[in-house]
Design a protein around this ligand. Sequence first.
Ligand code: ADP
Ligand code: MG
Length: 494
Amino acid sequence: MSDYRIHGETGEWEVVIGLEVHAQVTTKAKLFSGAATAFGAEPNTQVSLVDAAMPGMLPVINGEAVRQAVRTGVALNCEINKWSRFDRKNYFYADLPQGYQISQFAHPIVGEGVITVEPEEGATKDIGVERIHLEQDAGKSMHDQHKDYSFVDLNRSGVALMEIVSKPDMRSPAEAGAYVRKLRSILRYVGSCDGNMDQGSMRADVNVSVRRPGEGLGTRTECKNVNSVRFVEAAIAYEAQRQVEVLEAGGTVDQETRLFDPARMETRPLRSKEEAHDYRYFPDPDLLPLEFDDAFIEACRKDLPELPDTKRIRYIEQLGISPYNAGVLTADQETAAYFELLLNETALKQEKEAADIGKAAANWIIGDLFGALNAAGRSITDSPISAAQGAELLALIGDGTLSGRLAKDVFAIMVETGDDPAKIVEERGMKQVSDTGAIEAEIAKVLEANADKVAEYRGGKDKLFGFFVGQTMKATKGQANPAVVNDLLKKALA
Ligand code: ADP
Ligand code: MG
C-alpha cells in the first residue's frame, strides 16, 4: 500500500494516530447500580441514588458488564488479566456528582491484543490494542435549556463503558476509519456494544501527531468524543495539516485537548497543558478487585459467535467467494445471516452443495438486493424480499426457467409487490423460452424484415450480429433463452 504523506513546504511528513474508543457496554443496568440504560429517556429518569452519589451509597459491580468486557477482549485476541482493580480518577465537574470517576488505571481487565484492518482492498494491516478497561460514564450538562442556568442530566451517569485504547499504529485517516469500522463490526458481532455512534454509544478520542518519516514520535494532540467514522477521518486530516503548518512555521505543537467541530470540519483547542488534570488516582476502597479463573475465560470464549475474520476466510475458502465480496457479506452480522439463510434455502431447493451456488448467491445479494435496498433507503433487516424468496428466484434461474435478463425484471416486480417469484412468473407468463421451434420462427421473421442488414453481415460486417440478437430478444419480449438465440442465429446467418 502506498504510504500516506503530507507534502509540506519543507518536505514530507508522516502522520501517527492512536485511538481511544469509548464503547457503551450492552447491559440493562449500569456498571455499579441497577438503574436502566435505555437510550432516549427523559432527563434524570434513570438515576439511582448511587448514580447521584448520595452519601453512604455503595457501588456493586455488574457481573454482566465484566463478562462482556472479557468476551470483547477474547474477540480482539487480547490477553485477559485474571486480576484487575478499580481506581478513582478524581476531578471536579458539574456532571460528575461523585467528584471522581471509577475507572481502571494501573490494572485494566484486558491487556494487549490486535485488530486486523483492510484500509484498501487486498492490503491488510494489524493495529495493536494497548488495553481495554471498564469505567463509568459521566452525566451530561445541558446549556441550552434555560437562559440563566445550565441543567444536568444524570441518565448517563454510571453507565458502563469499555475504553479500548489502540497503540499509535495507524498512519492515515483511511487506516483509522478502517479501524473504527472493524472494531464496531466486531463489537456488534460479540454483542457487547451496539456500536451506534450517532447515539453516543461509541465515540473516539483521536490522538494525532506528525513526524519526519523514520523519526521518533512527535507531540500529539487529542480530539475528544468524535462520533462518526467520517469525522474521525476529517479530524485527523485537518489536525495533521495544522500541525505540519505549525512546525514548518518554526513553532511547536502543544500537547493539548481539542474539539472537532463537524459544522466547520475543523479542530479547536479545548483545554491546554497548563490546565491539564492531575487525577490523583488511587484504588477505590469501596470495591474488591476483579478475579476470575481460566474456566470463566473459556466460558466467555465458547459463547462467542463466529467472528467476521473467520467467517470471511470460510466464505473465501469453502464457498469460492471473492475476498472483496466475502468482506462485504461479513461486515455486519445481519448481512451474513441473510446470506447464510439464502444459501441454505437455495441449496435445499436446487439439491446442490453450498459451494456450487455461493458465488451466485453472493452476487445477487451484493448487486441486486443491495441496489434495491439502497434505492429504498432500507437495511437488510427490513428487506422487502425475504431470504426464502431470494432463494426461490435463484432456483428459477438455476433450472433455466428464467434468464438473467428476465430474472432482473421479476426481481423488480418482487421489490414492488412483495410477491413470490414463482407467482410472478406464472401470472405474467415470464418464463424463458428455450423451445427452438418458437425461436426459429421469430428469427426467420427478423431476417426477412432486415434483408439489407443480412446481406451486409454476410458481406463481412460481423458487428451486426448483436443487432440480430437484440431484434430477436425484442420480438420474444425478452423471454428467449439468449444462449439458444445465439446458436440458432449463427446457423441461420451462416
Ligand atoms: P492518555 O490516556 O493520557 O490520553 P495514553 O498513553 O493512554 O494517554 O495514550 C492515549 C492514546 O494516544 C493511545 O491510543 C496512544 O496510542 C496514542 N498516542 C500516544 N502517543 C502518541 C503520539 N505521539 N502520536 C499519536 N498518538 C499517540
Ligand atoms: Mg487520552
